[in-house]
Design a protein around this ligand. Structure first.
Ligand SMILES: Nc1ncnc2c1ncn2[C@@H]1O[C@H](COP(=O)(O)OP(=O)(O)OP(=O)(O)O)[C@@H](O)[C@H]1O
Ligand SMILES: [Mg+2]
Length: 412
């Protein structure tokens, strides 16, 4: 299949795609180096095809997504990559797409920001009955990332992402709401999540924070623009890459993210769960993306006893920079911005939100979560009083950065 990789209306590369596997077989010609996806290197006019394939295949639904295997069986498809070209690779998180060669279509004719899209694939992925109907594949659900079940929908004219939780506590949607309220109080730029129940299951709902003029570039992609040597920490490498792109003021945003992730004991802030926003027309960098995907936190899969016993998260997974939260909060350069008085009564708000979970959260669990939060808050306040910068040591860096795997408790 002959295609042109497009960035809005800019032709980026002339390619040959394998229709069966979805892989890029050949790059015939590079048409606009500057619009190449971030982190895909072009050296002396030669494009790294493996890196471009990595980027392209990463656009598809991860094979580990809850419910994806069953959905592929129903669709009679070998893998989710095969869905990519069915929607021209269009997404609601960036502005790339694949135009079949020879077709006279513009980005304005097809993009999902301006045009409605089908809910068929999203319904199927959420396990809803789709009967024997002919499926409409025009949907950004074909290009959505992440392990949790999710679906793009147009609600009140706005593009929104609905996201479920994992068994047994389905706590992630509630955590997203808690995280939003926390960041609202602290004035931290964030994506606002609210709660929605559908067929007895809780979902978080957030609006698309990307517009037709912007796009999200994950930290992982940003960090591919330069090689990291062993003496440079992951944290420093991210800062260096941002600097190389002209963004010199990301420290405050990182401080805020690390503080929030500690307070909520986030276990899954991997390198695709934060990033930068750039203007897709001018290629100018806007800044760090508002904080999104904070749901894998607050002991989401743990029992009450474990939540209390590990209040400071010494035995809880930590990403993206350090192996433990204690080490990771040492990277915070300043907590001057954190007005602790604005968090007065926040543990009560946590209890209130979690009590909405009904059968999924019993009173002991809710109490454990809010008590552990209070302890961390107190700890962070003490740290703020005595705060000094500690030398960053790559020896205690995260070794592999992969998304949380919920497959052990995914029966929703
Ligand atoms: N509000 C949004 N606007 C635009 N893009 C979004 C938005 N929310 C999420 N995304 C994109 O969708 C991807 C998946 O969403 P999200 O990270 O919330 O899902 P997840 O299943 O919790 O992921 P993970 O596997 O990290 O747990 C994100 O990495 C991001 O690229
Ligand atoms: Mg995510």
């Amino acid at each position: 299949m002959d295609c042109i990789l497009m960035h809005k209306n800019v032709p980026v590369a002339d390619l040959q795609l394998d229709q069966v596997t979805g892989y890029i077989l050949r790059v015939r010609e590079i048409l606009a180096v500057s619009h190449m996806p971030v982190g895909v290197p072009v050296k002396r006019g030669v494009l790294d095809r493996a890196a471009l394939n990595g980027w392209w295949i990463d656009r598809s639904i991860p094979a580990s997504r809850s419910g994806v295997r069953k959905a592929m069986e129903i669709l009679g498809l070998e893998n989710p990559q095969m869905l990519l070209t069915r929607c021209l690779g269009l997404s609601l998180s960036d502005q790339y797409w694949m135009k079949p060669k020879g077709q006279d279509i513009q980005w304005e004719d097809v993009n999902f920001f301006d045009h409605p899209f089908s809910e068929d694939i999203g319904d199927l992925l959420l396990g809803k009955p789709v009967g024997g109907k002919k499926m409409d594949f025009q949907t950004p659900d074909n290009t959505s990332d992440g392990f949790l079940p999710k679906q793009w929908k147009i609600l009140h004219g706005r593009r929104c992402l609905l996201k479920g939780g994992s068994a047994p506590f389905v706590q992630q949607p509630f955590n997203e709401v808690i995280a939003s309220r926390l960041m609202e109080r602290l004035g931290i730029p964030h994506v606002t999540y609210s709660l929605l129940w559908d067929s007895g299951k809780p979902y978080s709902v957030c609006e698309d924070f990307i517009s037709p003029e912007t796009e999200l570039v994950s930290a992982w992609r940003v960090m591919q623009i330069a090689r990291k040597d062993n003496s440079t920490s992951v944290y420093q490498h991210f800062i260096n890459c941002c600097r190389k792109l002209g963004l010199t003021k990301v420290t405050r945003s990182l401080d805020q993210m690390l503080a929030v992730d500690y307070l909520l004991l986030n276990e899954d802030r991997h390198l695709n769960n934060f990033g930068l926003v750039r203007n897709a027309d001018t290629l100018e960098w806007v800044g760090m993306a508002p904080i999104y995907d904070s749901g894998t936190s607050l002991g989401y899969d743990k029992l009450s006893g474990q939540i209390v016993a590990d209040g400071f998260g010494d035995r809880t997974e930590c990403k993206p920079f350090k192996r433990t939260h204690r080490e990771q909060i040492q990277l915070i350069s300043s907590l001057d911005w954190l007005r602790f008085d604005q968090l007065m009564g926040f543990s009560e708000e946590i209890r209130e939100i979690l009590s909405g979970a009904g059968e999924y959260a019993d009173p002991a669990r809710i109490q454990a979560i809010s008590t552990a939060f209070e302890e961390r808050l107190k700890h962070l306040e003490e740290l703020a009083l005595t705060h000094r910068t500690v030398a960053d040591n790559p020896a205690n860096d995260v070794e592999v950065d992969v998304a949380a795997d919920y497959t052990h408790n995914m029966n929703l």
